[in-house]
Ligand binder design. Structure first.
Ligand code: GLV
Ligand code: GLV
Length: 318
């Protein structure tokens, strides 16, 4: 008797191969690169023993009910799990797999790239070259901020935050501050207030929880340096975007680089997209070919372990 697995999107072949070669399950795939409509999701999971989902799928009581009593495991192709109603999932005795560690390096690299692109105004420069705005070498043109001698503050020094900090050090960063739940010997722990007021670069790398939702708001931006560069590669909802827009357009802070927004995708007429000092990427932190392949494989192996009741390579402690 094959177990039913529902996969909510096309995923890298490395993941599909693990599922198909297991001989354990019958896989139904939402065979598209676009998100599955809610009604198709509710229909698709019906009777499933396992669900392989993405961070863009909201997995709540309704989905779990739609799946029914067979459901044993939810495996998400992400390290973040704010899209999963974990309380509800735990209550039903369903196990959850996720993909920490394997995307740490790729996400840290992207964060450094976004930080440098924002601080050195790279997208603006590229645009000027294309649109004829480049008239000559000008001493005062397109100046930005450098890392050398700077203070960097990381909000949420977890796996990815630490990997970001490690990569920034060789740029000559003078001081590294962090604020988070646990103390870390690698960096100077401090209050959030002190972190934002003393940092030249403020990097958000915390998970989205009720405590961090809307954490970066008007009050926080008002304590930052006018020259501060703000970078977020965690979840959009950690930031109050109206307050960020106000801080950027009034010159309260210098610039922002965001790999995550609310909503995703951001509507193309969103006010943040009109600002030259805001660099926005489409949530590509873990997007290297090899990382996505490894994530898919891990996600599939988590799912199989959940189906067979064995130890998962990466199980989320609920
Ligand atoms: C990406 O944002 C992830 O959670 O994996
Ligand atoms: C820059 O190209 C310089 O020569 O200073």
């Amino acid at each position: 008797q094959l177990l039913k697995v529902f996969v909510t999107r096309r995923i890298p072949q490395e993941g599909m191969r693990v599922l198909n070669q297991s001989g354990l399950c019958k896989v139904s795939l939402w065979d598209s690169d676009e998100p599955i409509p809610r009604t198709d999701l509710l229909q698709g999971v019906s009777g499933a023993h396992g669900i392989l989902c993405l961070l863009s799928d909201r997995i709540d009581a309704e989905v779990i009910n739609a799946a029914g009593p067979n459901l044993k495991v939810i495996s998400t192709l992400s390290v973040g799990f704010d899209h999963l109603a974990v309380g509800e999932i735990k209550k039903r005795g369903v196990r959850v797999g996720y993909t920490p560690d394997v995307l740490t390096d790729a996400t840290a690299e992207l964060t450094v790239a976004l930080l440098l692109a924002t601080a050195r105004r790279i997208p603006e420069g590229v645009e000027e070259v294309k649109n004829g705005g480049w008239s000559s070498w000008k001493p005062l043109w397109l100046c930005g901020y450098g890392l050398s001698g700077s203070t960097v503050g990381v909000i949420g020094l977890g796996r990815i935050g630490l990997a970001i900090a490690r990569r920034l050090k060789p740029f000559g960063v003078k001081r590294l501050l962090y604020s988070g739940r646990t103390s870390k010997p690698q960096a100077m722990g401090t209050s959030l207030d002190r972190l934002v007021s003393e940092s030249d670069f403020v990097v958000v790398s915390c998970s989205l929880t009720p405590e961090t939702q809307g954490l970066c708001d008007k009050a926080l931006f008002s304590k930052m340096k006018k020259t501060a560069v703000f970078v977020n590669t965690s979840r959009g909802a950690v930031v109050n975007q109206e307050d960020l827009h106000e801080a950027l357009s009034s010159g309260r802070i210098a610039a922002a680089g965001l790999d995550v927004t609310t909503p995703e995708p951001l509507p193309t007429d969103h006010p943040l997209l009109k600002l030259k000092n805001c660099v926005i990427l489409p949530h590509i932190g873990s997007a290297t070919y090899s990382t996505r392949g490894i994530m898919a494989e891990l996600c599939a192996n988590n799912l199989l372990a959940g189906l067979t009741g064995s130890a998962m390579p990466s199980e989320l402690a609920l």
